[in-house]
Ligand binder design. Structure first.
Ligand SMILES: [Zn+2]
Length: 315
């Protein structure tokens, strides 16, 4: 490699057009999934619009706007009217997500409908599975997750995304749904960045925390083991969550596995930028675009982000 003065890297940075010609990473709306919360009634969160809640009717209108802007995929979280110890609202054929799926399927036939498969929004205690002796019981929870995933698919889901972090859940769902794509939250960390989500989804655990099943933020090699197991169990897409504090993990998963890799740009990552922008410390659009570019550059093929609808306007 020749050095200065023969080499001057600034030559290709001179104009917008030159920079665009040699740009390595580009954002494509087709790679983005907009998460939505659906509940009995709508409530708008002015500070964090991505954390707003929609009734089924309002969600149909909201996704209509997303589709009109070019958005292609949504991920649904449900907030039920009532919760119980098992989280039975999760697999209720007339549950909130199931009703939303049927309405969206009818209204937007081309929209990709993904569903989050977990019990924490539906359990009275807020944990992701059934509790036995003060702990989340892994194997007993699997059956309930399978029921939930099957009911989502019967209501019109195109793909299911189990986020509970129980061992063996991908195999259990794969067994029941041989044809359905599974987007596995394979490397889901016990993160401090989920705060705004838990408020929106009303899923804060009433006791303890989720460190007994979600991953320790300090571990990267373990993430690769999680991914390897989920692929072996039949996952189609591997997800890393959160995204920005775990770019190294996204990169490692990208290098090790040839399947599509997803990243979840979580509520705390979104809220940090929103709060800083509201305080005048940074420009939301520029910071969001830089964040999403970084996640893509790290190796994510698809990105779940609360900025997806904004991105549709920005691109
Ligand atoms: Zn959960």
């Amino acid at each position: 490699m020749s050095a200065f003065p023969a080499t001057r890297l600034r030559r290709l940075r001179r104009t917008d057009a030159l920079r665009a010609l040699v740009r390595e990473t580009r954002l494509d709306l087709a790679d983005f999934v907009m998460p939505y919360f659906v509940g009995p009634s709508s409530s708008r969160n002015e500070a964090l619009p991505g954390m707003s809640r929609f009734s089924v009717e309002d969600l149909v209108a909201e996704t209509g706007e997303l589709v009109a802007l070019g958005g292609t995929a949504v991920l649904l979280f449900g907030i039920p009217e009532e919760k119980d110890d098992e989280g039975s609202g999760a697999w209720d054929d007339d549950g909130i997500v199931q009703r939303a799926l049927r309405a969206l399927r009818a209204e937007h036939p081309g929209l990709v409908l993904l569903t989050d498969v977990c019990l924490c929004e539906y359990t009275a205690h807020g944990h992701c599975g059934v509790i036995r002796d003060g702990e989340v019981a892994n194997d007993e929870t699997l059956e309930l997750l399978v029921r939930t995933a099957v009911s989502h698919v019967e209501a019109g889901a195109d793909a299911v995304a189990p986020s509970d972090m129980m061992d063996g859940r991908v195999a259990a769902i794969r067994d029941a749904l041989p044809e359905t794509p599974i987007v596995s939250y394979a490397a889901k960390y016990a993160s401090a960045f989920y705060g705004p989500f838990r408020e929106a989804a009303e899923s804060t655990p009433s006791f303890g925390d989720r460190r007994g099943y979600q991953m320790d933020p300090a571990n990267a090699r373990e993430a690769l083991r999680e991914c390897e197991l989920d692929l072996a169990e039949g996952a189609d897409v591997l997800m890393v969550k959160p995204a920005l504090p775990y770019l190294d993990v996204i990169r490692a998963v990208r290098e090790r596995f040839d399947c599509p890799v997803a990243a979840y740009n979580v509520s705390g990552e979104y809220a940090m930028v929103k709060a800083a922008a509201a305080a005048g410390h940074l420009d939301e659009r520029a910071a969001a675009l830089e964040s999403l570019t970084a996640i893509t550059r790290a190796g994510a093929d698809l990105v779940f982000s609360y900025w997806t609808k904004d991105l549709a306007r920005w691109l």
